[in-house]
Every structure is written in structure tokens, then in C-alpha cells.
Write a protein that binds this ligand. Structure first.
Ligand code: NAD
Length: 314
């Protein structure tokens, strides 16, 4: 008579190991199938580039006030110092040009040392603008923009993604624009870079499926910041002889959202687990037009922008 199989130590080891591996498979499937755990950013450490001004500074102010330790980076040293001086919580400041991939890696290593708790989010937010027709575009200006707005985001993602993957959680939050949803005249370099940020981040999102690390795109509409004043413009693209300052004033008058409001919307979007965050009422219009009329949106936008421009002047 054969002995009961379970009494055979080799056999029972084999069964145990089969059960273990089934369990491992089930828990892996459960991990893949279950929704990633979601916690508020409030009180948890974040990294923000372009933190000396505009949206980045407003995010730093908001999250610091809510108890988050903030690691702030910007190429503008004075602006960065001023932003940090206004905060009462824990702050790391770092002068950083986001175009420098090696320095982004060094910054990530410094942040890793400094972190008082797992890193909740990295906001690759630094950005600049160029206004020009395609015909008049100066390659040097276009390269400047692409290196900051697109490659800077890629360098920041590559520097910090290993930290988030090692933790098994966190968010990469990359700033695109409504100009990453639709093409706009005189913004070819900016639109190209912001579409690229969207494509890059959406690809990353697919790679991260089933993990608790998230890749999020932010698409702000017009936000009242310094972006137009800091833009490069060699000549009025419409040939009307306007200066950069005049165009910047016009842009600012047409914006619908303050940096503080933008920061609140972005914060809420990350907390709610959104993959794509639209900021401002105009962002919803751009998004709707991109879906409803992907080739004829310009006629609608021209009418809306003309009306807002007239309202801004009168
Ligand atoms: N303001 C808007 O209407 C609007 C709309 C859509 C998207 N955005 C995007 O939002 C982001 C923030 O812009 P903002 O409107 O707050 O502008 P902003 O000019 O007020 O702030 C941008 C910050 O980025 C910093 N920066 C520029 N080049 C850098 C570099 N090489 N390295 C590190 N920092 C650098 C600047 O010093 C500045 O502090 C940008 O990516 C911008 O393209 C803005």
C-alpha cells in the first residue's frame, strides 16, 4: 500500500511550493487588477521645478502650507530664494537648469538624501515660451524652448522615476498645456514641445499600468503668470508692430485663471487620481474642440479669442 502522498516530505514540499507560486500569481494578479492606493499630497514631500514663479511657486506655497516638505528647483536663483523665504515649512532649494540631464540626476540624489518620507510627487513644471511664425522661426529660439519644455521634462522624469519605482508609489506630474491639445498660430515650437510632453507622459502611463506609480499630464489654459514676459519674440508675428511687453499685457488680460487657483486644481486632480488635469474653463473648451472638431477648431477659437481680446481692451 502506498503511503498517503501528503506524508511524503518531497511531495508535500512540491505541493507547498506549487501553492506558494499559485498564491504569488494570485497576489500579483490582484495587485495588477486592484486600483492603485491613493493618498492626498498634503503633508507628503514633493519636488517642483520652475518653482520661482507662476504655477510652480503657487504649488510650492500651497503644498508647503498644507504641511508638505518641498524640494524647489529653478534656474532663477533670486526668485527661488524669495519663494523659499516666504515658506515656513521644510524646504530644499536647488538652482537647476532643467536642460542639464546630469545635474537633474545629482538633484535627484540630493533629494533622496533629504527626503523625510517617501516622495509623493515630482512636478516637472519649468517652462518658457517663444512667439514666432514658422517662416520667421529662429532655430536657436526653438532649440532653447524644446530643451527646456520637452527635454527638461524627460530629464526630470528619468532622474526621479527610479526613486518612485523603488518606493512602489508616487506621481510624475508633467506640465503640458492646452497648446498640447490643439495647434495654435505663432506657437509652433511651444505646441510641438507640449504635444511631445503629452505623448511622452501618456506612453509612460501605459508602462506603469498595474503599479502604484502614476504619470499625469497637466493641461493649463491661460494662467496669469510671467510666462509671456519671459518669452522670446523677435518681431510681432502678425506684423502689427507690437512689442513683447504689449503682447504680454494682452495675454495677461485674456487669462482666466490665477496661479493659486491653478495650483488648487492641480493638487485636487492629483489627489483624485486623474491621469490628465485640465486647468481653467478655457482648458475645457480646448479639450472639447479637440474631440468635436479636430480640424476646424480654429474658427471657433478665433471668435472666442477676439471677443475676449475686445473685452480686455474695453
Ligand atoms: N501661464 C500659462 O498660461 C500656461 C499655460 C499652459 C501651460 N503653462 C506651463 O506651465 C509651466 C509653468 O509656467 P508659468 O506659467 O508658471 O510661467 P513662469 O514664467 O511664471 O514660471 C516658469 C518658471 O520656470 C523657470 N525656468 C525657465 N527655464 C528654466 C530652466 N531651464 N530650468 C529651470 N527652471 C526654468 C523660470 O525661471 C520660472 O520661474 C510651464 O511649463 C508653462 O509652459 C503655462
Amino acid at each position: 500500500m502506498s503511503r498517503p502522498r501528503s506524508a511524503d516530505p518531497t511531495e508535500s514540499r512540491r505541493k507547498r511550493s506549487a501553492a506558494d507560486s499559485r498564491e504569488a500569481t494570485v497576489s500579483a494578479v490582484t495587485a495588477v487588477g486592484s486600483a492603485p492606493k491613493r493618498r492626498s499630497l498634503s503633508g507628503r514631500p514633493v519636488v517642483i521645478t520652475g518653482a520661482a514663479s507662476g504655477i510652480g511657486r503657487a504649488l510650492a506655497t500651497r503644498l508647503s502650507r498644507l504641511g508638505s516638505p518641498v524640494a524647489l528647483a529653478d534656474v532663477d536663483e533670486d526668485g527661488l530664494k524669495a519663494a523659499a523665504a516666504a515658506l515656513s515649512g521644510r524646504v530644499l532649494t536647488r538652482v537647476l537648469d532643467v536642460r542639464d540631464a546630469e545635474d537633474q540626476l545629482r538633484f535627484a540624489a540630493e533629494v533622496r538624501e533629504w527626503l523625510p518620507a517617501p516622495l509623493a510627487a515630482v512636478f516637472n513644471n519649468a517652462g518658457v515660451a517663444v512667439t514666432s511664425t514658422v517662416l520667421d522661426a529662429v532655430p536657436e529660439d526653438d532649440d532653447w524652448l524644446h530643451d527646456i519644455n520637452f527635454r527638461g521634462v524627460v530629464h526630470g522624469t528619468r532622474a526621479f522615476l527610479p526613486v518612485l519605482v523603488a518606493q512602489g508609489e508616487g506621481a510624475i506630474v508633467n506640465t503640458s498645456s492646452v497648446f498640447g491639445l490643439l495647434g495654435m498660430p505663432y506657437q509652433s515650437a511651444y505646441c510641438a514641445a507640449k504635444f511631445a510632453v503629452r505623448g511622452f507622459t501618456e506612453s509612460l502611463r501605459q508602462e506603469l499600468r498595474g503599479t502604484a506609480v502614476r504619470a499625469i499630464t497637466v493641461h493649463p489654459g491661460g494662467i496669469t503668470t510671467n510666462i509671456a514676459r519671459n518669452a522670446r519674440m523677435r518681431r510681432d508675428p502678425e506684423g502689427l508692430g507690437r512689442t513683447k511687453e504689449q503682447l504680454a499685457a494682452q495675454f495677461e488680460a485674456m487669462t482666466m485663471t490665477s496661479p493659486d487657483k491653478a495650483a488648487a486644481v492641480i493638487h485636487a486632480g492629483v489627489d483624485r487620481g486623474k491621469a490628465r488635469i485640465l486647468v481653467g474653463p478655457d482648458a475645457y473648451l480646448f479639450d472639447a474642440l479637440a474631440r468635436v472638431t479636430p480640424t476646424h477648431y480654429n474658427a471657433v477659437l478665433t471668435r472666442v479669442l477676439r471677443r475676449r481680446r475686445t473685452e480686455a481692451v474695453t
